[in-house]
Ligand binder design. Structure first.
Ligand SMILES: Nc1nc2c(c(CN[C@H]3C=C[C@H](O)[C@@H]3O)cn2[C@@H]2O[C@H](COP(=O)(O)O)[C@@H](O)[C@H]2O)c(=O)[nH]1
Length: 365
């Protein structure tokens, strides 16, 4: 039998036994966790301490139970939108397009901050406050049509939206403008100007929605290469966008995802910090001293990749340990992450930020 006849026979066999549908139905995957494990397995400047990780799992579970951590915790935060409709979808998409790099090298009283409702907000909360303030001022900052209209949504208007209470402007202002312009263009060209169309295209799969964001919006495509692996996907803002939808809508409507547990923690500058403080992450002496001295670590540096990848892997081990001891627990990496972020922010507010977070300036987190 000739080669081509053998090929035809093989194709006939495949057609008979593997319909296109079954091949196409492989469930969507983000590949974030396998990338994180690869980074962990190939890290020399960051290590996990198993005893501290086991102890952290017990503490986190006990605290989350006590504080009744659930998706409902999301709506309890200042200025998070409360309406269960498309306006909240648009708010979350806008927020997570811009949800990065708020840390400052200035002293506390001089750092970028937003005045809103009689208080001054910094960090992530400064972003949420700025968006709410703009909406109250009649600026449609959560509309992708607006972002595309450079006459109405001029640089001057955007500087007004993010005007600071100090003379330090919001970090990476120009990059944030680029994120809005790109997102407006992509939504217009591919999703009828609405992020809800991206959600619909994901067919209630969290992994599929993360992939839609990463593959269609370059500003969400948070991917690095490390050692011999070309593509380590962290996808921090794509993942936190899906997680915020899930939490804001209590796992229903626009927040309903059958595979939400595929989402990992969001590898930023806060989770490594709290894991380091808890003794779960150990740094090489040189890395620890660089972090303690608040030295800049370039985006893409192997230290930064190790910090982010080992954080994702560490919380995966914490999640497994919690479920090993409490199989019935309604706990996933998202809720553990929200708890860890809120915990480090409480410690910061109480002046207990004994070890600083690492300093990397980028749009990825
Ligand atoms: N891993 C993780 N990173 C988070 C958050 C949040 C806020 N999520 C809220 C929603 C539900 C939760 O209960 C939170 O209240 C912001 N960030 C990131 O941190 C950085 C800002 O830090 P700072 O400048 O100190 O505020 C920046 O990269 C930002 O993207 C989180 O939850 N997890």
């Amino acid at each position: 039998m000739s080669d081509s006849e053998q090929d035809d026979d093989l194709l006939d066999f495949l057609r008979q036994h593997y319909s296109k549908a079954s091949i196409a139905q492989a469930p969507p995957e983000t590949h974030v966790l396998e990338g994180a494990e690869y980074v962990y397995d190939n890290s020399i400047d960051v290590a996990l301490d198993s005893q501290s990780t086991i102890a952290a799992a017990a503490m986190i579970f006990e605290q989350m139970q006590k504080k009744e951590y659930s998706t409902k915790t999301w709506a309890s935060h200042e200025f998070h939108p409360q309406r269960k409709d498309e306006s909240t979808v648009d708010f979350i998409f806008t927020m997570d397009l811009l949800n990065f790099s708020f840390w400052s090298e200035r002293p506390a009283e001089e750092r970028f901050s937003i005045d809103y409702k009689g208080r001054t907000w910094t960090g992530y909360k400064s972003l949420v406050a700025a968006l709410q303030r703009a909406l109250e001022e009649g600026i449609p900052i959560t509309s992708s049509d607006f972002w595309q209209n450079e006459d109405e949504c001029s640089e001057e208007v955007l500087r007004h939206v993010f005007r600071s209470a100090t003379d330090e402007e919001i970090p990476l202002f120009d990059d944030r403008v680029k994120c809005l312009r790109e997102a407006g263009k992509v939504l217009h060209e591919k999703y009828q100007c609405s992020f809800t169309k991206c959600i619909e295209a994901a067919n209630r799969s969290a992994a599929a929605l993360v992939n839609i964001l990463a593959e269609n919006f370059s500003c969400f495509n948070d991917v690095v290469s490390y050692e011999n692996r070309k593509s380590v996907r962290f996808l921090k803002r794509a993942q936190i966008c899906v997680a915020d939808l899930w939490a804001a809508f209590d796992g229903k409507d626009y927040g309903e995802f059958h595979d939400i547990d595929k989402i990992t923690i969001f590898a930023d500058y806060r989770v490594p910090q709290i894991l380091n403080l808890l003794g779960c992450l150990w740094y090489s002496p040189l890395l620890q001293s660089s972090v303690n001295q608040k030295k800049m670590i370039e985006s893409g540096h192997h230290w930064e990749i190790q910090l982010r990848g080992c954080s994702i892997w560490c919380v995966e081990l914490i999640r497994r340990e919690v479920l090993r001891k409490h199989p019935e627990a309604k706990v996933n990496a998202i809720l553990i992450d929200f708890f860890l972020y809120d915990t480090i922010k409480e410690r910061e507010a109480a002046g207990q930020e004994e070890i600083p977070h690492h300093r990397t300036r980028s749009i990825w987190y």
